[in-house]
Design a protein. Structure first.
Length: 185
């Protein structure tokens, strides 16, 4: 677990920095912000790359919403999908585990590394995952991803149409959260 300043310094993408700073502002002294505090118009540049998971009644992660950039990659509506619906079994288990760690501790997660479509490297990227509390009192994760696509011999970005969303492998950092005195949950 790393400190807030060290965690924030790991973020290179301006979009991820904006989401993290916004999340910090709306959480205030609380452990995490409530879903109702998130105002899309206040993070407009982040929206195309945003993804949100919620935990259903059984504690299973399900996609609540995704941004336009993610919809372009998936070429289908993935709302209400579980990790098993979107990824091969081993990757689904990893995604589920990360979501449950972010919500269960709670913590913030940042991953920086190489992006793969199955076994093919297609670029590099970053992923930020931040917990929130929804209006029912259930936990969820709001995050965003930034991918820098690899290029082919002609300098054009490699295009891919994955069955699953891409896989990001690399260094992962976690930030322990604690509410400020009198800040509430």
């Amino acid at each position: 677990m790393i400190a807030v300043d060290e965690f924030r310094a790991k973020l290179r993408s301006a979009v991820l920095v904006q989401l993290f700073d916004y999340w910090q502002t709306i959480r205030g002294g609380r452990l995490m912000p409530p879903w109702s505090a998130i105002k899309p118009e206040e993070i407009a540049p982040v929206l195309p790359r945003i993804w949100v998971w919620r935990l259903d009644e059984r504690g299973e992660p399900r996609i609540r919403l995704v941004g336009e950039s993610i919809l372009e990659v998936t070429s289908r509506n993935i709302r209400d999908s579980t990790p098993d619906d979107l990824y091969p079994p081993a990757e689904a288990a990893d995604i589920r585990s990360r979501i449950l760690k972010v919500t269960g501790m709670p913590t913030c997660s940042f991953t920086d590394g190489e992006v793969f479509d199955r076994a093919t490297r297609v670029g590099s990227g970053e992923r930020l995952a931040l917990p929130y509390l929804d209006d029912r009192g259930a936990l969820g994760v709001i995050g965003a991803s930034h991918v820098r696509m690899a290029t082919d011999a002609d300098g054009k970005p490699i295009r891919f149409n994955p069955k699953a969303l891409y896989r990001l492998e690399g260094a992962e950092y976690f930030m322990r959260l604690a509410p400020e005195e009198g800040g509430g949950a």
